[in-house]
Ligand binder design. Structure first.
Ligand SMILES: C/C(=C\CNc1ncnc2c1ncn2[C@@H]1O[C@H](COP(=O)(O)O)[C@@H](O)[C@H]1O)CO
Length: 269
């Protein structure tokens, strides 16, 4: 029998289950990606596509009206009170003071620290959570949150509604997000944002490897590596983001003037 003291809780997509209603089992991402399951799953794909669509609709609807935003990534395992956690708070606060909404994965560790910094500074603190096989909820410092079932839908939101990526020290998840951002910029799928790594010591080995064997082997160009900006200074990071936004506005204005000039020339003819 369940009781008020039963603290079991499970978030499945946007739906919350508590106490006796908590069901053990796989996540939506697992069921989609796991081809070893029984074949009746195949027959639910049309329904699944609608659910995927609804994640995009919910995400776009929520995020489209945010002020200019910066997505910040970093370890789920950073401990409160550690220097990295404090740096996350400082970064969230500095971005909020500069007028940026802050978007994180909405989880613990660095994500929580950045949300906390932004929220305490009076900024817009956004968390895009993900359904995981173990218990997981949005951290307490998320002021605007949405939970996703599918990693790929969630990733689109981080890119589409941000002007820059800042990446703090982290593991597989953070590395995945870092290289996805760099690939999107390298292939010009997105043209508009800087990719900034916080922590020269933490990221130094990776940068040396990229500038060493990876570049020497012709796997990346030196101009690709110029996409990465590394800093230990939160204010410098925010200044770089503001500068990039100003460069982008100036470029857009120049493009608009060029289009208007061509239109005027055509009118004269
Ligand atoms: C492992 C733990 C919690 C996992 N919870 C997460 N919640 C939300 N987002 C997450 C979570 N874990 C990873 N992410 C995403 O990847 C990045 C961090 O990954 P890393 O491997 O820890 O570097 C982060 O930016 C998120 O977008 C512990 O309780």
């Amino acid at each position: 029998m369940s009781s008020a003291h039963d603290s079991r809780e499970h978030q499945r997509g946007p739906v919350l289950y508590r106490r006796s209603q908590v069901k053990e089992g796989s996540t939506t991402d697992q069921r989609l990606l796991d081809s070893r399951g029984p074949t009746e799953w195949l027959h639910t794909d049309p329904w699944r596509v609608l659910r995927i669509q609804s994640e995009f609709v919910e995400g776009f609807g929520l995020l489209a009206e945010l002020p200019a935003a910066v997505s910040v990534f970093g370890s789920a395992r950073t401990r409160p009170g550690s220097p990295e956690y404090d740096a996350g708070i400082a970064l969230g606060a500095a971005l909020a003071h500069a007028g940026y909404a802050v978007i994180t994965g909405g989880g613990p560790g660095t994500m929580e620290a950045v949300n906390r910094g932004a929220s305490e500074a009076g900024g817009v603190s956004v968390g895009l959570g993900i359904e995981l096989p173990f218990e997981q909820k949005l951290n307490d410092w998320v002021d605007v949150g949405v939970n996703f079932r599918y990693f790929f839908a969630r990733k689109t939101m981080f890119v589409k509604y941000a002007q820059a990526f800042v990446i703090m020290p982290g593991g597989f998840g953070t590395l995945d997000e870092t290289f996805e951002a760099l690939t999107l910029v390298q292939t010009r799928k997105v043209t508009r944002f800087p990719v900034i790594l916080y922590g020269t010591e933490y990221w130094g080995g990776l940068i040396d490897w990229l500038r060493g064997p990876v570049q020497a082997g012709g796997k990346v160009r030196s101009t690709d590596l110029d996409l990465i900006y590394v800093s230990d200074d939160v204010d410098q990071i925010v200044a770089r983001i503001v500068e990039a936004a100003q460069e982008r506005s100036a470029q857009q204005a120049a493009e608009e003037r060029a289009v208007a000039a061509v239109a005027r020339t055509n009118d004269v003819r």
